[in-house]
Design a protein. Structure first.
Length: 106
């Protein structure tokens, strides 16, 4: 994985073409890059992100940023109620209880 300016890139090697292909993971926008060496792929990753950020600035648009940590989840009323009751029993907020459980699951 590659990291730059808070973004993450993933790279795969195409052995038939002899080329590394990469994509930025943290955005809904499509940002890709490629190279034939490790140095080229790292440079292309940074250059593609810089181009993307420059393009957004030129258009006066906010770039899609890496995840904010906010997640909307829809639950059945029974699950919602049970989690709420358990959180209250443990002296925690519902958000804190769910974050702890998800942290253990990942």
């Amino acid at each position: 994985m590659l990291h730059y300016k808070g973004y993450t890139g993933v790279v795969e090697f195409d052995d038939e073409a002899g080329v590394f292909h990469g994509e930025v993971l943290d955005t809904r926008d499509v940002i890709t890059f490629q190279g034939t060496t490790v140095e080229e792929i790292e440079h292309a990753f940074r250059e593609s992100l810089d181009d993307y950020l420059d393009f957004c600035a030129e258009r006066n648009e906010e770039p899609d940023k890496p995840f904010s940590g906010r997640l909307m989840v829809r639950l059945s009323t029974d699950i919602h109620r049970n989690l709420y009751v358990q959180a209250k029993r443990e002296g925690k907020s519902l958000n804190q209880l769910i974050a702890e459980r998800l942290s253990r699951a990942s």
